[in-house]
Design a protein around this ligand. Structure first.
Ligand SMILES: [Zn+2]
Length: 459
């Protein structure tokens, strides 16, 4: 088997995890020395962050270890404040942390803004070209070829998987049909019939809608449309075994779950039955897993199995770059050969959010990690769950109480055994034993993808 990440010319083709990481460290430090000086030039924002951290000159940072000891310089809240202030001061929303002249910022993408004011990603021409390159690697992993017709059913409006992705597909040579989620399900199905795409780009919920509505809208199942590749992003769910099975069964397609794209970042799963984390496709342009302890913020050793909060630095980004950006994502790294596809490299998995962390008897526990285990019990469990606490997080007095739902039609006689099996699995994987109650199907309210998994229930 060959290595997935052939693009890393400057990293030796080794199969030794330590050697691989050491080579990446050298490459990153080489790029960082330039980027530190570049970002230092921004007096409105970044130089102030350096100075607050006690750095009087870029020469003070003499190694990657020095760099990793710096605090976070940016996060979502500071990003928004920086945009607001630049709008007031300079009449543009590109941020005080803009590191190029405003006229060099030729492209904008934004987060959806469902959780507050949208934050903008600003691209110079170089940033766009490198973004196309990183996204192109992801398209390649998904098996998309130049010359393919690709169908775009992601929302097109401003977000990264919209116009930015469509342009990256054009740069790659894979003709996007840009109907977009805005076109609506009937039009999407009709245009898929008209254009015969080989790959479909859609969120997991759009893919589910197409499966459900195709027979009524176009008189045939989605499996008759000839789609070979389903490329999903934008929502959780694309790595869930139940979703992957459903897509294979109905579309007859391989499924790839991607994240990122902003600030030269980008990860994608292989199409193995169980997604074994996200293959990291931007090693040479990003330091995404500069892991710190979510409580003390001290740097953690980067190795196979490491878990910590991801600090992201784009190593050669020009316009308003991520530079020690606290993502809030808790990552688990795997370094080595992927059990799913055999490729060698770094895979990462987002197992929670720093602000979601629970402490159970000194063990750090993330609701998303519990959710993932519950999802592996589908279809015997519905996948819905609630973590019920007596007092506000993070500290939990054991045992942690977990309510889950039986799957539709799962016989009630099996529930006690199912509950025990889940308790045992959580103990094995997360090092604490919860008390699980299995509830009838449909008894936990569905309030959409962002359902809070934690409920504080007064005793
Ligand atoms: Zn793989």
């Amino acid at each position: 088997m060959t290595r997935a990440l052939h693009y890393l010319d400057s990293v030796p083709d080794t199969r030794d995890p330590a050697e691989y990481l050491a080579a990446l460290e050298r490459l990153r430090w080489e790029k960082l020395q330039k980027q530190i000086r570049y970002v230092w030039g921004n007096k409105d924002y970044y130089r102030q962050r350096f100075q607050e951290a006690g750095v009087a000159s870029p020469d003070d940072i003499k190694s990657l270890a020095d760099f990793r000891r710096l605090p976070a310089f940016l996060d979502k809240a500071r990003h928004r404040d920086s945009q607001d202030e630049s709008l007031r001061r300079y009449g543009h929303p590109l941020g005080l942390h803009l590191t190029t002249a405003p006229e060099n910022a030729i492209h904008l993408a934004a987060t959806s803004g469902t959780t507050g004011t949208p934050t903008f990603y600003v691209f110079s021409r170089k940033d766009l070209e490198l973004t196309y390159k990183v996204l192109g690697r992801m398209f390649k992993v998904a098996g998309i070829r130049p010359g393919d017709t690709t169908f775009h059913a992601f929302g097109l409006s401003l977000w990264l998987a919209g116009i930015t992705y469509a342009q990256a597909l054009e740069a790659y040579g894979a003709r996007p049909v840009t109907v977009g989620a805005e076109g609506g399900v009937p039009k999407i199905l009709r245009y898929i019939e008209l254009t015969r795409p080989r790959a479909l780009f859609a969120t997991p919920s759009m893919a589910n809608q197409l499966i459900e509505r195709a027979p009524a809208e176009i008189g045939k199942p989605v499996g008759a449309l000839g789609i070979e590749i389903l490329y999903v992003t934008g929502e959780p769910g694309g790595s869930q075994p139940a979703f992957r099975r459903r897509v294979r069964e109905h579309f007859g397609a391989k499924v790839f779950d991607a994240t990122g794209g902003a600030w030269l970042n980008g990860t994608i799963t292989c199409d193995a039955e169980h997604a074994h984390g996200m293959h990291y496709m931007a090693e040479d342009y990003c330091f995404r897993y500069d892991l710190v302890d979510p409580e003390t913020k001290a740097p953690l050793e980067i190795r196979d199995g490491a878990v910590g909060e991801g600090i992201h630095t784009a190593l050669e980004y020009e316009a308003a770059p991520a530079f020690r950006n606290a993502t809030g994502d808790i990552l688990r790294l795997s370094v080595g050969e992927c059990p799913g596809c055999g490729h060698f490299g770094v895979r990462m998995e987002i197992i929670g959010r720093a602000d979601d962390m629970l402490m159970v008897k000194g063990v750090k526990v993330y609701p998303a990690a519990i959710q993932k285990i519950v999802h592996h019990f589908q279809p015997r469990l519905s996948g819905e769950l609630r973590i019920r606490l007596d007092a506000p997080p993070p500290s939990v007095t054991p045992p942690l109480r977990l309510a889950v739902e039986a799957g539709e039609g799962a016989p009630q006689s099996e529930w006690p055994e199912l509950g025990k099996a889940l308790e045992q699995r959580i103990r094995e994987l997360l090092a604490f034993r919860p008390v699980v109650s299995v509830l009838p199907f449909g008894s936990l309210p569905r309030t959409g993808a962002k359902t809070r998994l934690i409920e504080v229930v007064a005793p």
